[in-house]
Design a protein around this ligand. Sequence first.
Ligand code: SF4
Ligand code: SF4
Length: 77
Amino acid sequence: MPQALAPTSVPVTVNAEKCIAHKGCTVCVDVCPLDVLAIDMVKGTAYMKYDECWYCMPCEQDCPTGAVEVSIPFLLR
Ligand code: SF4
Ligand code: SF4
């Protein structure tokens, strides 16, 4: 799986202001069937570790603070 090198261009972004991973939340990481999300322990926020996504949406839907935003590519809409 290719590592996501440019965090601004990956399909799933996490709003660092809203993310409460530093309080122990791992919901988005847990629900992702592809295991492409991870917690950045230094920043205390979730992020897209691997640029691979099914656009299945549970990460965005289940995040308790609405921090996750999935950008569905135009061709898949
Ligand atoms: S949309 Fe699905 S595959 Fe993509 S990051 Fe969220 S849970 Fe994982
Ligand atoms: S579910 Fe939301 S608050 Fe929890 S770790 Fe993921 S982005 Fe952060």
